[in-house]
Design a protein around this ligand. Sequence first.
Ligand SMILES: [Zn+2]
Length: 436
Amino acid sequence: MATSGQESGELEETAAIARDLIRFETVNFGGGRSKGETEAAEYVAAKLEALGLAPQLFDSEPGRTSVVARVPGRDPERPAMVLHGHLDVVPADAANWSVDPFEGVIKDGMLWGRGAVDMKDMDAMILTSLGDILSAGELPARELIVTYFADEENGGVYGSHFMVDEHPELFAGATEAVSEVGGYSIDLGGTRAYLLQTGEKALVWIKLIARGTAAHGSRVFRDNAVTKLAEAVAKLGREEWPVHLTATTRDQLGRLAEILGGSVDDPDALILSAGTAAGFLQAGIHVTTNPTVLEAGYKHNVIPDRAEALIDTRPFPGREDEVLARIREIVGPEIEIEIVHHDIGMEGEFSGDLVDAMVASLHRFDPGAPVLPYLMSGGTDNKALAKLGITGYGFAPLKLGPELNFPAMFHGVDERVPLDALAFGRAVLADFLRTC
Ligand SMILES: [Zn+2]
């Protein structure tokens, strides 16, 4: 359904901005290395200036730039809300993609590229929805602190955590925050429903270290660091963490059972019956310990004395210690565990004025669609803002067709977003900012 108008440059403004942002190739390689963030930050700052705002730029390190701008609200008595996005993306291996991941290709009615859903779509929706309000001579319902952070994809050390730790005054007066991962639709057996993110699991990135003795690769040899590490990694990767429910997932499962007709007594089966949406929901009820990186050895005929693996661990909020204790049990006493990065989880209520305003805005554009609470398995910059007592939500509204496997888009190959979903998001977000 490619339309020639879209391909020939008459692109809706949200899609055009998201495409520009994809072309900045703001790749976060981890370990403090990235590129393109300053250029993208200057681009969004110029867009904010064009709206009559006074954005400020902050560099935590050269090239690691975040942007903040205050937008007055209709009611200056009400606490402010942080509306934030991140400008960095995870790397993309172009060899696996069917298009250039950093060209911003428009094809089949969609914008393709790294960041199309995480989260240059929302970055653009923030600018265009705000533009719709301000250019009509209106103001958002309450004061906004519009922020674009660097380094979200590596835990926000050079972005949100730096900003919150070094410049907390920028967020003074804010009580709530709205950002990515949530607000989009999922298909539940033919019913279009929306996930509204009210919590995030914790994040503990650990390194497993196995030690042995270096030796010739031809010997009979048991003290092999690679073998020890491989055993530990396999056990941890295959661990079946039991179902763990929180207030959010209990509520969510009840609503899923109503829509899908299943039973809350078997949460895994119920979630799996949700189809592709299970990709978002399943990790909401289990701890995960996924091996992601292996490092060992330097020559085919040398047994190395050290082997390392990185494990992405996502415990439930406040349960980090018990998960680490269980991991120690699983990998055994010979394996050292180093905590590389830790960040909190948090869980809010699926109620209150702000949640009501998000649901009402969705319903004005998609009447009657069920909205479900969502405990996200990933992390966002809301973790850093939580240090200031700011309650964060995920609300980047997108109305999607059932054919798109949306969970697979996040950090996935051929990441893409429908153009009409971007226009929907712009309208819903503008409505929300006027009414929240
Ligand atoms: Zn993201």
